[in-house]
Ligand binder design. Sequence first.
Ligand SMILES: [Zn+2]
Length: 429
Amino acid sequence: MRRDPFIKINQLITRAISGIAAPVLACLLVMGGLGTASPALAEGPAAAAPMPLVSNVRLGEQGDVTRLVIDFGQGTSLPQNVFTLADPYRVVIDLQDVDFQLPPDTGKVGRGLVTGFRYGQFQEGLSRIVVDATGPVKISRHFALPAQSGFGHRIVVDLQSATNAEFAQSVGLGRPIASPTAAAPPVSTPREPTADIDRKRVIVVDAGHGGVDPGTHGQSGALEKDVVLAFAKEFGAQLRATGRYEVHLTRDTDRFIPLRERVNITRRHNADLFLSIHADAIDRRGVSGMSIYTLSENASDKEAAALAAKENRSDVIAGVDLQGESSEVTDILIDLAQRETKNFSVRFARTVVRNAEGVTPLLQRTHRFAGFRVLKAPDVPSVLVELGFLTNRSDERNLTTSTWRRRVAGALVKSVDSYFGERLAEGTY
Ligand SMILES: [Zn+2]
């Protein structure tokens, strides 16, 4: 009885999101073409040439031009696309898959019109460099130089400052490869109420960040994207081992997935529960412990709001084109549908706090509320777990240790069991 209005809302949302997605489908078709042209895919991995290796990315200044040079140590990969993005000002350079083997602090220091840059895999077959600009810029030219006199192949991108009008005209031009989310608008198939009790509950485990977006990092250099992936794999394996759950990981390799796509994956699998796994960082090194977040438009405190803002920047960091992403209508519909699942999210979060007590240190007020974009699957109870603080020595040691991972994953499995157990007992399973 209660389900009907929500199914209607889901259909509305699906329609609303499809509407938004339509303009970027063309970009995705282009992308598909690139994918099949790759020799690795056409001939199979055995016949593939070694992956091109980027050994350095340098910045230089010549007059009013800021120059970015990509040095290849082996092979080469022509840019698939070079374009600008707004809010904040960025330049994106997409290359067919390359192996980045750069000095550790590459991209941290800016020069000229550039404040810094990031790099990594963006999606299957595509590597990306995202450059942060000081203001509106234009790509005055980009070209490739062949290997010569001891230098490997190079790609050169020249930037000049632009007026706001110039920037507005060229922003996104050059076929930005939008987030791959548009390919598959969320489909919500209402479940058969009969036989529902017998089926395995579906759990989606989401390792935060990945690829071009490393997330935060610890003092000894541990990266959030690696730490959370290792944890997600352990947790997924333990869930599967119970025989009670169907488990899907949003990623099981070091690759980037936009926030919207993480939500879509969850809905495509008709998930019963979604857990996004992260690790936190803060400039006060004494702060430690796990925390659990559920969705709310009003964050429970300033720190929670700041954390949400940081995690939500993932798409910006990876250079995803967010134009047309926010639609008030969609947001309102999602909000309506959210209300029912929100209560279940809160219940699950409390169960996690109970089970994690004594297993790992907990942050004060362990369960908090904040506006995370990744928790916006309207019909799937969802929580975001910050495993601990990579900026805290003891937490960092824990987070990079397999025995700790096993123990804490075990506590989460217990939480999942008791959450579904309670719902079965009260008939809301
Ligand atoms: Zn994170």
